[in-house]
Design a protein around this ligand. Sequence first.
Ligand SMILES: [Zn+2]
Ligand SMILES: [Zn+2]
Length: 142
Amino acid sequence: MDTELDRILSEITGRGFRLTRVRRAVVEVFLQRGLPLSAADVIAALRPGNSSINKTTIYRELAFLEERGIIKEIRFLHERVKRYELAGGEHHHHLICVKCRKVEDIVLEGDLEEEEQRILESTGFRVLNHSLEFVGLCQGCR
Ligand SMILES: [Zn+2]
Ligand SMILES: [Zn+2]
């Protein structure tokens, strides 16, 4: 995990951006949680150790990291809140529990490349991306 942290931090500094304490802390939260987080999640994660953390600063950091492609926005169908996760990971989808709202990453074995190929062949439509989320009950809520 530290090597991943180092990679992301050097990506930030390598492009000439400052590595502020808050910026580093936000990246660390995403790495530690490894899940899509809302701004409120990030603020809650940082608050205990740092009560002086300002909400506006966090929103600004999230916008900064998103613009630089360090994190990406994820919006789930059933949610109004915007979430983010680290960009550049393995292509995956999400399992969303309707009861406790927990979100888990899932990597599909075949993913949808074959389906995309089939779509291209049968309709001539070239798929560039897809969005797929699994909604249900997590193990703890079943
Ligand atoms: Zn659940
Ligand atoms: Zn994810």
